[in-house]
Design a binder for this molecule. Structure first.
Ligand code: S3P
Length: 344
């Protein structure tokens, strides 16, 4: 019923979106709401916003600010970008945009030289920002508003938004319930811990492919590597993944760090459900695994070098294997769980 207001995706903040990944997928234009999306309502451009815009234009994006606010407010933000040294050659703005009217979304694309297929809209309001983007056929991201306290007319709208979002989440939940969530990532990235927490919260069943292999083989992963070799273990992994795809729904599936290396496994995992890459920096992994003796691939004298080497090789594979990536560095389990819930 409310589908025309549903965003294509949600993010905790406009600063958390995986822009570089979207660029690789072919997106070239970004349209931003300003107030409560990039900065607090009516606030000046700040360091975070200018850094983000410098990074995005450096990536190759064109950007257009699209605000229902009046010219002086929008210009003040734009001037802030200029003052902070951002090259604004590829940054445009439109004030008094009358969102959700389609007219200025189209004008924004014209200014950027993009079209509805390679443009993304980012905003914090459903009935103006997201609805307008949907009407224009542009992919939209809804972000959490930056200010907690808002004007009364917005507070009323937020009640209605909450109702629509309730249905939106319910729809997505219905789909997920018939499927699985798959967690991939490097050793020590938190797949099992996060997987167990999610399974408990959602009443899903947690399953870990390494444990399944150990059960079937009747011995530890280290022993399998030692006696039968890595290739044999990789075969076991593929067999296990094949079984999972056939059998399960409503499962959180955590797979070993090397499982996505085989193209066949990547395909099977994407068929099994929604795949999330839990990303952790080499420093985080090294710290977590410094005393670990159970990962045969890391039992080298220079463990740190082993982590860095493997991670560098695998990073693009994980990116390709996953539907989305969630950064886990410096986040608590609850924060990671919340982020996953926003993204699925
Ligand atoms: C491996 C990761 C391990 C385990 C085996 C190989 C890898 O699983 O499957 O030691 O190649 O990255 P975790 O990622 O659960 O540690």
């Amino acid at each position: 019923m409310f589908k025309m207001f549903y965003p294509a995706g949600m993010a905790g903040s406009s600063y958390d979106i995986e822009y570089e990944e979207l660029y690789k997928k072919g997106y070239r234009g970004l349209i931003y709401d300003i107030d409560n999306t990039l900065v607090e309502h009516n606030a000046d451009c700040n360091e975070a916003a200018s850094k983000l815009f410098a990074r995005l234009t450096g990536t190759g994006y064109k950007i257009c600010l699209l605000s229902n606010n009046k010219e002086p407010r929008v210009r003040r933000f734009y001037d802030g970008l200029i003052r902070s040294g951002v090259d604004v050659t590829n940054i445009f703005y439109i004030f008094d945009a009358k969102k959700p009217s389609r007219k200025n979304y189209r004008r924004a694309m014209k200014l950027m030289g993009t079209d509805s297929k390679n443009t993304i809209f980012i905003g914090d309001q459903l009935f103006t920002d997201v609805y307008g983007a949907n009407r224009t056929g542009i992919r939209s991201f809804l972000v959490r508003p930056i200010n907690k306290r808002e004007e009364i007319q917005i507070v009323l709208k937020r009640h209605l938004e909450r109702m629509v979002l309730h249905f939106y989440k319910q729809d997505r939940w219905e789909k997920l319930k018939e499927s699985n969530l798959v967690l991939i990532g490097f050793m020590g990235s938190g797949k099992s811990t996060v997987g167990r927490a999610l399974a408990k919260k959602w009443s899903f069943t947690f399953v870990d492919t390494d444990s399944l292999i150990e059960e079937i083989e009747g011995t530890s992963i280290s022993k399998i590597f030692e006696t039968k070799g890595e290739e044999y273990f990789r075969e076991c992994e593929t067999e296990t993944v094949k079984k999972l795809v056939k059998k399960y729904k409503r499962h959180i599936i955590s797979v070993g760090g090397g499982t996505p290396l085989r193209a066949e496994n990547r395909k099977l995992l994407k068929n099994a459900g929604f795949v999330i890459y839990l990303k952790a920096s080499p420093e985080t992994i090294i710290e977590r695994l410094k005393n670990d003796t159970t990962r045969p691939l890391l039992q080298r004298e220079d463990k740190e070098a082993a982590v860095r080497e493997l991670l560098e090789k695998r990073e693009p594979v994980y990116q390709e294997a996953a539907h989305i990536r969630v950064n886990t560095d410096n986040k608590t389990i609850d924060e990671i769980v919340n982020e996953i819930e926003l993204s699925v």
